[in-house]
Design a protein around this ligand. Structure first.
Ligand SMILES: *[C@@H]1O[C@H](CO)[C@@H](O)[C@H](O)[C@H]1NC(C)=O
Ligand SMILES: *[C@@H]1O[C@H](CO)[C@@H](O)[C@H](O)[C@H]1NC(C)=O
Ligand SMILES: *[C@@H]1O[C@H](CO)[C@@H](O)[C@H](O)[C@H]1NC(C)=O
Ligand SMILES: *[C@@H]1O[C@H](CO)[C@@H](O)[C@H](O)[C@H]1NC(C)=O
Ligand SMILES: *[C@@H]1O[C@H](CO)[C@@H](O)[C@H](O)[C@H]1NC(C)=O
Ligand SMILES: *[C@@H]1O[C@H](CO)[C@@H](O)[C@H](O)[C@H]1NC(C)=O
Ligand SMILES: *[C@@H]1O[C@H](CO)[C@@H](O)[C@H](O)[C@H]1NC(C)=O
Length: 491
């Protein structure tokens, strides 16, 4: 090993004696560091000898730390050995707790650097140089990315190099999200980039993303907020396509708000980017209550469209907004299990049962070796001075909030995290809630879908998001997870 060479100086016997005590006490430490660092031979020697410092700088994981009892290291987080997803995901932590002694083959390559420049304008993707610590052109030490980086914690940075597309370059933005085309005058809201505190996320690279999904199906499943994210993804990927005829809708329909399937094919990459509408992930049904047939929600039965989600290579689920008092008939004669329609059921209870139905569907039908599963946490609404249907507004906001309370992390997300934790399929949580919470400026407000005749024009859309806009960041997170996974499985 290279590290041993650094210790084979010409030591005189006396000096050796003097140093023997020190040496022997260092040996255990050195041995451990050699063992940890053997995977990263390109790192300069001196860095390796500063164990405490370098291990922090490199974001190495405390592999088998228990066995070595190096207490200084116990502050490290539990390593993510199991799946290659950098998470955030509680699932992985739990798996590791259950198998502390397992040294997986990923231990060799648990370290990565990332070349994203800190000011964010000159990101270079780090595919070619993932094992070096580099000083960038600007002389900055490149910040590393660790697999444990919590990308949900960070801040928005104004960045003139955004947006990544415009309403004119992307034909897939539907009317409701195309704020600029609908006359929104201010433009700052399209120029914010999310900067996690502990690492960088790479700028979205459409060609690389298309390569990641070459020959595959990328499938979004959920409510209109997921359609929002799906349209964003289409627009982001469209940036890599020069001939518009090389992308087409396989069903040839206009994107609408209605039920249905949408699938766009990127011919040169033989991949599809699909979206399936389902508001609750479970089956919206009808049942007889007394004399009447009423709408119910079968919380014990997966959505009928699920057969089309199967076989996807990347699945991005969400559900949240429709679990409201208003849309679930306040839980009165609405939730159904088997033949039983509950006279009343609490929305949290129903939501949890529905997610468990979804979770067991995923565990039964999804092959984790083929398919990566994501669940996007809820996206916040920003109605001020009223509810969505009682004059709530957000039109005046042209800048993100400076602070968010941070105390009201939605219960639905907590439930989702708990359900995901118990699944056998690894599911990565796209934890967008807090980062989106800042973005009161990101909604269509009055620059969304034009009001239908007879409806009040005072209704503002403070739930969905303008495109380009905040969902582009969610997709940058998705891209971040997909490419770090890819790197782990290919190195
Ligand atoms: C690493 O060493 C520095 C001083 O060299 C010290 O301040 C810091 O607390 C140490 N970190 C750990 C994790 O031991
Ligand atoms: C998601 O982000 C919020 C806010 O940063 C945090 O409180 C929560 O624990 C995160 N969830 C997970 C699973 O990391
Ligand atoms: C624990 O890890 C070892 C080594 O990677 C593996 O062979 C074994 O299957 C794991 N056990 C469990 C319960 O995951
Ligand atoms: C680590 O990588 C080396 C080659 O780089 C390989 O020989 C060795 O088996 C790997 N160790 C594990 C635990 O996978
Ligand atoms: C894009 O928005 C501009 C207004 O900034 C508008 O003039 C133009 O027609 C829009 N383009 C499309 C394709 O909607
Ligand atoms: C969805 O697509 C499938 C074929 O891929 C078709 O059979 C089905 O009717 C479509 N459903 C809707 C609602 O468009
Ligand atoms: C932000 O902080 C200011 C004062 O520090 C406070 O008045 C304001 O209510 C806070 N806003 C939010 C959304 O928490």
């Amino acid at each position: 090993m290279e590290k041993q060479r650094s210790f084979s100086f010409n030591l005189k016997p006396t000096r050796l004696l003097v140093f023997s005590f020190t040496l022997s006490s260092s040996l255990l430490l050195l041995f451990f560091s050699i063992w940890v660092f053997k995977c990263i031979p390109l790192i300069p020697q001196e860095t390796q000898l500063h164990f405490n410092k370098s291990s922090q700088t490199l974001g190495l994981k405390p592999i088998n730390i228990q066995a070595f009892s190096i207490s200084a290291e116990t502050h490290f987080r539990i390593p993510d050995i199991s799946s290659g997803n950098s998470v955030v995901s509680v699932v992985e932590k739990v798996q590791i707790k259950q198998n502390k002694s397992g040294v997986s083959d990923r231990d060799n390559k648990s370290e990565e650097t990332q070349n994203g420049a800190l000011d964010g304008i000159t990101y270079s993707n780090h595919d070619q140089s993932s094992k070096k610590i580099q000083v960038s052109g600007g002389g900055r030490i490149e910040k590393k990315k660790t697999s444990e980086c919590d990308v949900s914690k960070g801040r928005w940075v104004f960045d003139e190099s955004y947006p990544l597309y415009t309403n004119s370059s992307c034909p897939f933005i539907d009317e409701g999200f195309s704020c600029e085309a609908n006359g929104r005058p201010d433009k700052d809201y399209i120029r914010w980039r999310w900067q996690p505190h502990d690492c960088n996320i790479p700028r979205f690279n459409a060609v690389k993303m298309l390569e990641l999904i070459r020959g595959k199906r990328l499938v979004f499943v959920g409510d209109s907020i997921n359609r929002n994210q799906w349209e964003s993804m289409l627009c982001l990927l469209r940036g890599a396509i020069t001939d518009p005829a090389r992308v087409y809708e396989t069903h040839g329909r206009r994107i609408t708000k209605g039920k249905g399937n949408y699938s766009f094919k990127f011919v040169d990459y033989k991949c599809t980017v699909e979206y399936y509408v389902t508001h609750f992930l479970v089956h919206e049904s009808k049942a007889r209550v007394g004399q009447k047939r009423v709408q119910t929600l079968r919380i014990d039965s997966i959505d009928r469209g699920s057969s089309r989600w199967k076989g996807a290579d990347v699945l991005v689920f969400n559900t949240a907004h429709w679990w409201s008092h208003y849309k679930t008939k306040a839980g009165v004669n609405y939730y159904q299990e088997g033949n039983q329609v509950y006279p009343h059921l609490d929305v949290s209870v129903a939501f949890r049962r529905a997610l468990m139905t979804w979770a067991s569907w995923v565990d039964r039908h999804i092959n984790p070796h083929k398919t990566q599963v994501f669940f996007r946490s809820s996206a916040p609404s920003h109605f001020r001075g009223g509810q969505w249907n009682s004059g709530g507004h957000c039109k005046e906001a042209t800048q993100p909030l400076n602070n968010i309370s941070g105390t009201d992390y939605p219960e639905k997300n907590v439930i989702a995290e708990e359900v995901i934790k118990q699944m056998k399929t690894p599911v990565t949580l796209l934890n967008v809630t807090s980062l989106s919470e800042y973005r009161i400026d990101g909604h269509p407000s009055v620059y969304g879908r034009k009001p239908r005749k007879g409806t009040s024009s005072s209704i503002q859309d403070c739930s969905h998001w303008c495109l380009p806009g905040v969902p582009d960041t969610w997709n940058e997170l998705l891209y971040y997870y997909l490419q770090s996974k890819e790197k782990h499985s290919s190195t």
